[in-house]
Design a protein around this ligand. Structure first.
Ligand SMILES: Nc1ncnc2c1ncn2[C@@H]1O[C@H](COP(=O)(O)OP(=O)(O)OP(=O)(O)O)[C@@H](O)[C@H]1O
Ligand SMILES: [Mg+2]
Length: 365
């Protein structure tokens, strides 16, 4: 039985072309959570890059939330060991690596996305990082190093991480010919802070590229696989509608498919099971409790593309909440939603909601 991975080689080629043409030596792929970024980078981009003569190095800045430099250091150490054909020496990291997970074991994990005790790298660690990069670059020979840095928005979540951000920018800037980089990030808000704020080290350094949603060809692939390997017949259109209802997240789509296979239920039931799973995993009920009435209204309004400062919305606030429908209140509410990562603001698209499933939850009677 072949894998469930739906290859996106064409997309990987497109990104490599941008790097190849010298338009930019650094790209940022931006998409919300659970859209398939990491899998794409590991299974499509890295292998194709390798084929084309790059030396891909993958690092996740979430390896240690409190010390993102450790993710970079261990990725470079592993690459170096590999190039020197040495067994991987696992360095004793100063602080414990911990990717915190809480929540209900059965439902999956609710990942913590922010550091609770952020640490700046020491000057020794920064020097070590640079040395590793120099060594890898040298041993790579003719190959161009392709640094794949996942969860890069993390650099903008604490001022303790600014030295690392500045350092990284300088290291990459000095080596635009021999090291290229692809950043991935899942929070448009923090990525925007990292890439588009004039005082950020990455301002104008990185070319932002869209990460398109998976389309009908992905659904087609699933339909065929279900039929061939599991003798489960589903209608393309019905499965595609379910994919829409899951906000085109492949992560949740695969949960639905797993449910289809194990429970022998139809799509409708598997979908409502999966929607329930989303609600519980993302803890929408808990989230909703942290929101003030104006925040809820604002979230829903942004979801439908309303102008948050328009007369219509201000009137709605006045009518439905205890606070006055004035721009100042809307501004404070926007700030709360931004800081909670529930919405994002970008220059191109204005305010956008980040958790579409929450809309469905808040709209429930
Ligand atoms: N191309 C694909 N083919 C099949 N399944 C996929 C594909 N892309 C993603 N998935 C499914 O979605 C899951 C989530 O993907 P991935 O971890 O890459 O998303 P992500 O965007 O990096 O998420 P996060 O924001 O949580 O880091 C995968 O484990 C896999 O089950
Ligand atoms: Mg990921």
């Amino acid at each position: 039985m072949d894998s469930w991975h739906f290859a996106r080689t064409g997309l990987a080629q497109k990104y490599l072309d941008v790097l190849q043409l010298g338009i930019s030596s650094s790209l940022a792929i931006i998409a919300p959570r659970r859209k398939g970024k990491t899998l794409f980078v590991l299974q499509d981009l890295a292998p194709l890059a390798q084929e084309k003569g790059y030396l891909p190095v993958y690092a996740s800045l979430w390896q240690n939330l409190n010390a993102p430099h450790e993710g970079l250091i261990s990725a470079l150490e592993n690459t170096l060991a590999h190039l020197q054909e040495k067994p991987v020496l696992t360095r004793l990291l100063q602080s414990k690596v911990r990717k915190a997970a809480l929540g209900n074991e059965l439902l999956g994990k609710l990942e913590i996305e922010f550091a609770d005790a952020p640490m700046a790298p020491t000057s020794g660690e920064l020097a070590y990082l640079e040395q590793l990069l120099v060594d890898v670059e040298q041993l790579a020979g003719q190959k161009t190093v392709l640094l794949l840095i996942d969860e890069v928005q993390h650099l903008a979540t604490s001022t303790h991480f600014s030295p690392l951000a500045h350092n990284l920018r300088t290291l990459l800037d000095q080596r635009q010919g021999t090291i290229k980089s692809v950043f991935t990030g899942s929070s448009r808000h923090y990525l925007n802070l990292l890439l588009n704020e004039a005082n950020s080290p990455f301002y104008h350094f990185v070319e932002q590229v869209d990460f398109p949603d998976l389309g009908l060809d992905f659904i087609h692939f699933l339909v065929n696989k279900l039929a061939r390997d599991f003798h489960i017949k589903v209608e393309l259109q019905e499965l595609d509608l379910a994919f829409d209802a899951l906000d085109k997240s492949p992560y949740w789509m695969m949960k639905l498919v797993a449910r289809l296979i194990t429970s022998q239920e139809n799509i409708k039931n598997s979908l409502s099971y999966t929607l329930g799973l989303i609600e519980a995993t993302e803890d929408f009920a808990g989230l909703a409790k942290t929101l003030k009435p104006i925040d809820k209204l604002l979230y829903l309004a942004l979801g439908t593309g309303k102008n948050p400062f328009g007369k219509e919305f201000l009137h709605e606030v006045e009518q439905k909440t205890e606070v006055k429908g004035v721009p100042g209140n809307v501004q404070r509410s926007l700030q709360r939603l931004l800081e909670a990562g529930l919405i994002s603001q970008t220059y191109k698209q204005g305010y956008q909601i980040e958790k579409p499933g929450l809309t469905r939850f808040l709209n429930q009677p």
